[in-house]
Design a protein around this ligand. Structure first.
Ligand code: NDP
Length: 467
């Protein structure tokens, strides 16, 4: 059955996928007085709210207490008898996630968007089939914001035993021994959480350094810090197979033939766009070699009235970026202002323990583009650490253009790195120079003051023109 058409199409905009990007686009468009529907086959909220950033950050907060209790002893506290209860954490986090999902629903409804709890697939460029409701609807514009899902496609025996970040938040009990495959955001964040709760944690990474794309010093610093916390990081290593162990748990065999015993094996090797079975071909929407939807700078697909935003397009996979793409889509299509998102100087954070925060160019990327660089570095022991008896340092690094004095990159590893990088990103985005940083008075005593007190470059890099 096809529904009746009012004014040519049933809706001005039909959004497929109610994650952060889809919800933002639906809400903004409905607030403009347009007829908007948004379909979601799972719960409203998407990866970030339901099984990503939000629950992850709460688990990170939970794990940090372990170190805080340890530090507290140096400050005179007695903390005997402290006990951690995994089911309390998982159930309280699930409650908070449900609350956020209901807030998303309320905001959509308030804006006047219709929420359709169904899988939606394309029949043609203007027609969407609602699978759960056995009907089709039509729309002038369609926005695809279906996100992605964790990869599970390692061609190895026993792959069915792995879990991913999707299942992590719902484990019934805290495993004693964990093996994590991957060396990027999710692997280091989840490893830090498990290790914080006392699990014996191993990371295996196929490359020689974790965190590809980050500044090399940041990569070394985080890796050493993870190892100091008892995490075993095995580099240049790959998973070759998983077998069930006689006494429970699994035995993972690695490429090197080494074996690792674990109660849980978690794969964190990237994500796949959710494009399979969406009917893209019927609508003239094309994908690239990774299955990501091809879009132009304004997020338009190869079908003139169909747009795609967020992780399904394989651009920068971060919630705030997806939300910006959604807002830019609304400006482009419904406000008559073609808008492309600016992907330069997007601040990023890895919520491992310790945290990493970065904005702008790594030293390595800067070396490729700029003949002349000044590198400023501070590697210091945060004030409370001495009293806490903790032997660890914080890394701060500035990558500065030696010709223009402009700060090209700013990198932190240590406490509150994410909060710091969010704020300093404004200065970097505005094109601040090192002289601007120097002209800013320090706020004492803080960790962040180091960023305006680095007097002399640790290194001056000058490439000859002939090189
Ligand atoms: P990423 O895509 O960031 O990295 C994939 C990791 O898996 C890399 O270390 C990669 O190694 C490794 N890998 C890829 N393929 C294989 C393979 N076949 N065998 C073994 N290892 C492999 O993945 P994540 O899963 O960590 O994160 C997915 C996305 O989610 C990220 O791109 C990020 O944008 C987003 N995210 C952001 C967070 C944040 O902002 N804090 C938190 C979590 C996720 P190599 O380096 O050699 O390619």
């Amino acid at each position: 059955m096809t529904s009746r058409r009012a004014g040519g199409y049933d809706y001005d905009l039909f959004v497929i996928g109610a994650g952060s990007a889809g919800v933002r686009a639906a809400r903004l468009t409905a607030e403009l007085g347009k007829r908007v529907a948004i379909a979601e086959e799972s719960r409203v909220g998407g990866t970030c709210v339901l099984r990503g950033c939000v629950p992850k950050k709460l688990f990170v907060n939970a794990a940090h207490y372990a170190e805080a209790f340890g530090d507290a002893v140096g400050f005179g506290w007695r903390v005997e008898g402290v006990h951690f209860d995994w089911p309390t954490l998982t159930s309280n986090v699930a409650g908070d996630v449900s609350l956020l999902s209901s807030i998303y629903i309320r905001n959509l409804e308030k804006a006047g968007a219709e929420i359709i709890p169904s899988r939606a697939v394309l029949e043609d460029a203007h027609t969407v089939r609602l699978v759960a409701e056995h009907r089709t609807v039509t729309a002038e514009y369609i926005l695809i914001s279906v996100g992605g899902r964790p990869r599970r496609d390692l061609p190895i025996p026993g792959i069915e035993h792995v879990i991913t970040s999707d299942e992590f938040f719902h484990l019934e009990r805290l495993p004693k021994r964990v093996l994590i495959v991957g060396g990027s955001y999710i692997a280091t964040e989840i490893a830090s959480i498990f290790a914080g709760f006392g699990a014996e944690t191993t990371i295996i990474h196929r490359g020689s350094e974790i965190l590809r794309g980050f500044d090399n010093e940041v990569r070394h610093e985080l890796c050493s810090a993870l190892e100091r916390r008892g995490i075993t990081v095995m580099t240049n290593e790959e998973l070759a197979g998983i077998a069930e162990a006689a006494g429970g748990g699994y035995i993972a065999t690695l490429k090197s033939r080494a074996t690792v015993a674990a109660d849980q094996v978690l794969l964190a090797i990237g994500r796949h766009p959710n494009t399979a079975g969406l009917g893209l071909e019927k609508a003239g929407v094309t994908v690239d070699g990774t299955g990501s939807i091809k879009v132009d700078a304004c997020s338009r697909t190869d079908a003139a009235n169909i747009y795609a935003v967020g992780d399904v397009t394989g651009r920068l996979q971060f919630t705030p970026v997806a939300i910006r793409e959604a807002a830019a889509f609304v400006q482009t299509v419904f406000e008559g202002r073609p808008t492309a998102v600016d992907y330069d100087n997007v601040p990023v954070a890895v919520f491992a323990n310790p945290e990493v925060g970065s904005v702008g160019l790594s030293e390595e990327a800067a070396r490729e583009r700029h003949p002349s660089l000044d590198i400023y570095r501070s590697h210091f022991k945060p004030l409370p650490y001495r009293v806490a008896g903790r032997d660890e340092r914080m890394l701060m690094k500035l990558v500065v253009d030696g010709e223009t004095d402009r700060v090209l990159g700013c990198h932190f590893v240590g406490p509150n790195a994410a909060e710091m990088v969010q704020l300093v990103a404004i200065a970097v985005k505005m094109g601040a120079t090192k002289a601007d940083f120097d002209a800013t008075t320090a706020l004492h005593p803080t960790l962040a003051e180091e960023i305006v007190t680095m007097a002399r470059p640790a290194e001056r890099i000058r490439r000859e023109a002939a090189e």
